[in-house]
Design a protein around this ligand. Structure first.
Ligand SMILES: Nc1nc2c(ncn2[C@@H]2O[C@H](COP(=O)(O)OP(=O)(O)OP(=O)(O)O)[C@@H](O)[C@H]2O)c(=O)[nH]1
Length: 271
């Protein structure tokens, strides 16, 4: 949950009492309570002053009180509903990437930190992938920034379609994505990375009659005992991506802590 002025105690109180679909649930009880109490007060005042028209004054006061309460209740409802919408919008803006709609890096790091702690606590498996589009500058240069944007969205769509519900997909920055794979061992992470690589390589964006495509290089790092912090893990995944780029792109490289596959000189898989 975000820290924001919308999280103040009174906002939360109001929010609980104003269901989106039934705003009258606040206005109606307020009107009844205000009408009854102002009628009662007016009636008592009439009795105290010895006036004869007790009932008429009490009824008039009750009606006036109810009207005022309905107006106030409606205003409060409108305020609560617009604050809620604003809160939802601020939450989306601060956690999601505008272009692709997936989580932003900041939010990813919060979730990764939690997963990191869980893995350490229970000695569980988990992995992070860093997926970076290859030579993306050329896409922008040849087809324009809008085509690059559309291709990025397609890469996100394709990648997201390959992940489980518990996995987390985020935009790291520019043309790179981060994937968090909870409960995934090193070989499982390599398999996911390889599938992402293959599916992106097969992607063909139809852009103004032209076929636009790209490949991705992917770094993989598993949450192992050798990492003393999440930062160390992220440094490993950066290094693995750099190795994939250096190896010619359109391939997957894992950080050295990955167990080796039989016969491999390095713990990597590639195209
Ligand atoms: N269309 C579009 N382009 C972006 C976005 N973010 C970053 N880029 C572009 O991605 C390109 C990244 O360029 P580089 O860092 O040189 O990397 P690259 O060309 O992909 O080369 P390698 O990563 O080394 O394979 C730049 O042209 C950026 O403008 C975006 O949101 N939309």
């Amino acid at each position: 949950m975000l820290d924001s002025p919308f999280d103040s105690a009174w906002m939360r109180w109001l929010d609980r009492r104003v269901p989106t679909s039934r705003p009258w649930m606040l206005a109606l009880p307020m009107a009844l309570a205000a009408g009854a109490s102002s009628g009662l007060v007016a009636g008592l005042a009439c009795v105290a002053l010895g006036r004869a028209d007790v009932t008429a004054v009490a009824l008039a006061a009750a009606a006036a009180g109810a009207v005022v309460a309905v107006v106030l209740g409606s205003l409060l409802c409108a305020l609560a509903l617009s604050m809620r919408q604003l809160h939802q919008r601020v939450t989306v803006m601060s956690t999601r990437d505008d272009l692709t709609g997936v989580l932003n890096r900041r939010q990813f790091m919060l979730l990764a930190e939690r997963e990191w702690a869980r893995c350490r606590r229970y000695e569980a498996d988990g992995a992070v992938l860093l997926v970076d589009a290859d030579h993306f500058r050329r896409i922008n240069d040849h087809h324009g920034h809008a085509a690059g944007d559309a291709l990025l969205r397609e890469i996100v769509r394709v990648t997201g379609g390959l992940l489980r519900q518990a996995d987390v997909l985020a935009r790291a920055d520019g043309e790179s994505l981060l994937v968090l794979l909870p409960q995934t061992d090193p070989l499982g992470a390599l398999d996911v990375a390889e599938r992402v690589r293959e599916h992106v390589a097969a992607l063909q964006l139809d852009w103004q009659g032209l076929r636009v495509s790209t490949t991705v290089s992917i770094g993989v790092a598993s949450m192992g005992a050798t990492h003393t912090s999440l930062d160390a893990l992220m440094a490993d995944v950066d290094a693995a991506l750099a190795a994939a780029k250096a190896a010619g792109r359109n391939c997957v490289r894992a950080s050295p802590i990955q167990p080796r596959r039989s016969g491999e000189a390095r713990p990597v898989i590639s195209k």
